[in-house]
Design a protein around this ligand. Structure first.
Ligand code: ADP
Length: 240
């Protein structure tokens, strides 16, 4: 429990820090974008200066979008709660995810129908992305399989993401959910993926377990309270 508390505090501190930086950066970017766009309008179409300035604006706009995403991450918004079919939500996320995975990674999906929970669809999406990305990275260039199963039983919906990748030894497994803990090279891993997943699952009243063996692979099992309301249609999740 103490570790969970420590983890929550670290995430809170990170959110505050990131939010503060993002806020200042956003303020700094507003005049850059505003003024460059003004100058752009005064330049003749087709001129070299105009083309240069367009590159500047494009870069600044990308920075602004990034900053907005960090702000959204750090903001203490109450998460949405609506009936979501976990299997259907995964299918929808998968449409986006599959393009990002190396071709040697095979994915097997087994989804029970009627696996409804009350959830924030975009947070659920984040869970899928983080777990599947980690699984694919653990397989790397080798051939391997990621198996995703969604089952509903006993008032619970279980989401399991298993891979046949490198696995983790006990020391890594024990720290895997810690914010900033990563075994990946600088620039590739932030060590935040599983910390975020853990926070989201806990926020949904669920729990997450991890089993892993070096050289054999890893399984993440998430248990979430099922939502069983007669006559209520789940809202389709469209992440695209
Ligand atoms: P990151 O992926 O940025 O390193 P995470 O919090 O997602 O951060 O993961 C922390 C660490 O846990 C990873 O660096 C890796 O060592 C280990 N890990 C996570 N998922 C897997 C997996 N599916 N297989 C093997 N190791 C994993």
């Amino acid at each position: 429990l103490e570790r969970q508390l420590q983890q929550a505090m670290k995430m809170e501190a990170l959110g505050t820090l990131a939010g503060g930086i993002a806020h200042d950066l956003n303020n700094a970017l507003v005049p850059v974008l505003g003024l460059t766009e003004c100058v752009l309008e005064s330049l003749p179409p087709g001129s070299a200066e105009r083309a240069d300035l367009e590159v500047v604006i494009h870069g600044a706009a990308r920075a602004r979008d990034l900053v907005r995403r960090i702000l959204a991450f750090s903001r203490k918004e109450t998460p949405e709660r609506r009936p979501v079919d976990v299997g259907a939500a995964f299918d929808s996320a998968w449409e986006l995810l599959r393009h990002a995975l190396p071709p040697a990674v095979a994915v097997e999906l087994r989804c029970d129908p009627g696996s409804q929970i009350l959830a924030d669809p975009s947070q659920l999406h984040q869970v899928f992305v983080n777990l599947v990305t980690n699984a694919a990275q653990a397989i790397g260039d080798r051939a391997g399989t990621v198996t995703v199963t969604v089952t509903a039983a006993g008032g619970e919906v279980r989401l399991s993401v298993a891979d046949t990748g490198s696995g983790m030894d006990e020391a890594v497994r024990a720290r895997a959910f810690e914010p900033f803990f990563t075994t990946k090279p600088v620039g590739e891993g932030t060590g935040l993926g599983l910390a975020v997943v853990h926070g989201i699952v806990a926020g949904h009243g669920g729990r997450i377990e991890c089993r892993s063996r070096p050289g054999e692979g890893t399984v993440f099992d998430i248990h979430l309270p099922a939502f069983e309301a007669a006559g209520l249609e789940p809202v389709p999740c469209d992440f695209i």
